[in-house]
Design a protein around this ligand. Structure first.
Ligand code: NI
Ligand code: MN
Length: 226
């Protein structure tokens, strides 16, 4: 599969079979995004929570391509009422999709919409695709159960926030990587706004100091995972 970083918490996965999955596609109002919503398509859109910088352009893209939106139940109900094609799950639950398995995990954060409508719990997501496991933590603070997630799943790639203020900062993100013990850590949710300024290379150095691998992806960079 291919994994492309669209900046902030937005990633695009393209499977060997050509299925396209977008995670938290915040593009049009994202100053760092190399692409806009008109430039992308999606068979599936996975949302970790309803905040504007994660729900992003999901509605626009899903409307254009009839993409199925995968989210926690409460956010899914909001999207159902707007006529979207949804698949509703909840934390701890997993489901097999044509591209692989998705399992939602806890995340310590909020999840109301921009209109302050309740949208359920925020989540992280485990993706089991082509014999690899990717853990996108969503927006979250550090939590000890990450140890359990890492013990029960051999995480190949961990995508985690380092921007502080709304989520973990670098120091806690390093602890999170120690807890989960992934093959490679990829930082996200930084430098989109001044308030979440962080140096991803400082994070990378600290990860390497604990003997782990870190890949700082450029905004728009795509890597192949096999
Ligand atoms: Ni958020
Ligand atoms: Mn966020």
């Amino acid at each position: 599969m291919k994994l492309k970083y669209l900046s902030h918490s937005a990633f695009q996965i393209t499977t060997e079979e050509g299925l396209r999955i977008l995670i938290d596609p915040f593009l049009d109002d994202n100053p760092n995004s190399p692409v806009k919503s008109d430039d992308v398509f999606a068979d599936f859109i996975i949302l970790t929570h309803a905040h504007g910088d994660h729900l992003g352009d999901a509605k626009k893209i899903a409307r254009a391509y009839n993409s199925q939106i995968i989210s926690v139940f409460d956010l899914g109900v909001i999207l159902d009422k707007l006529g979207f094609n949804t698949h509703k799950m909840h934390i701890g639950g997993s489901h097999n999709f044509p591209f692989g398995k998705v399992k939602f995990t806890i995340a310590h954060h909020g999840s109301s919409t921009d209109e302050m409508q309740y949208a359920g719990e925020p989540a992280g997501v485990l993706l089991f695709i082509e014999n690899k496991i990717i853990y996108h933590t969503g927006d979250t603070g550090l939590f000890l159960d990450m140890k359990l997630i890492g013990e029960l799943n051999k995480i190949d790639y961990m995508l985690l926030p380092i921007g502080d203020n709304f989520t973990m900062g670098i120091e806690d993100a390093v602890h999170a990587v120690e807890f989960v013990n992934p093959g490679v850590a990829i930082p996200m949710h930084y430098n989109t706004y001044h308030i979440i300024s962080a140096d991803p290379n400082e994070f990378k150095n600290k990860i390497e100091e604990i003997g782990k691998q870190c890949r700082v992806m450029d905004f728009g960079e795509e890597i192949t995972i096999n």
